[in-house]
Design a protein around this ligand. Sequence first.
Ligand code: HPA
Length: 283
Amino acid sequence: MNARAADAAAVQASAARLRAAGRAPRLALLLGTGWGSFVAQVQQAEAVPYAELPAFAVPGVRGHAGRAVLGRVGPHEVIVLAGRVHAYETDEPVGMNGAIRTLAALGVQALVQTNAAGSLDAALPPGTPMLLADHLNLPQRSPLAGATGTADATAAAAESRFVSMVDAYCPRLRAQARAAAARAGTPLTEGVYAWVLGPQFETPAEIRMLRLLGAQAVGMSTVPETIVARQAGLRVLALSLITNLAAGLGDEPISHARTLAVAQEASTRCVPLLEAVVAALEV
Ligand code: HPA
């Protein structure tokens, strides 16, 4: 069996394991750093560890649990992926390919991603959520390059790697999210998210560059998953939780521990916001 056939078989096996839970989720959430406590909002929850899903890579970073939780949020059957593998763990931006293709195989129509990010904009202080309007793929690395870039070995799949990134973050879902946030009394600013490979934080000079390029937030995730999800035909919505002012813009030292601490404090506001947003999405 070649690598792509093995990948496709792992996706089918993972989807079969998740189907055994007897649910039919149309909406998926991928919880990033600081958003993990959202899983407590899932009703009638059934958890499956990533280790039982052959297409899922197990994350190695503190604050990323690595389990899929099936259940209900508001009107939706959902599957919540608690934990992601970051490109900086392997130097390959393909760590979530199998997981996202499994979602598509399950019949999921839309993916809501969350992450933690640094702010490049004084109007977005730590503790604020930001809706992604677009992204900058700074490393110019793609989860669709190489052997795992196509879902299987067919010619059609090989063609499918030329994916449009216009409206990568679905305008309709974004409008529904903004309207839900406004009703909940939490204004939701939109901005451009710059993906950096990390894992080191940026230099102040790099942050000045990102500001010139038009980014409002910077982080180490989300973009590879958006690309694979678009290839797989999923609509994408993504929310950042701003955990710090980016390098050189504030006096506080930047660290992963501080990112987690700010996210923990903000989660009492962000988790209800995410719940309201999810409930309002039409998928
Ligand atoms: N830079 C990159 N990634 C991040 C940051 C940051 O300042 N904060 C949280 N994730």
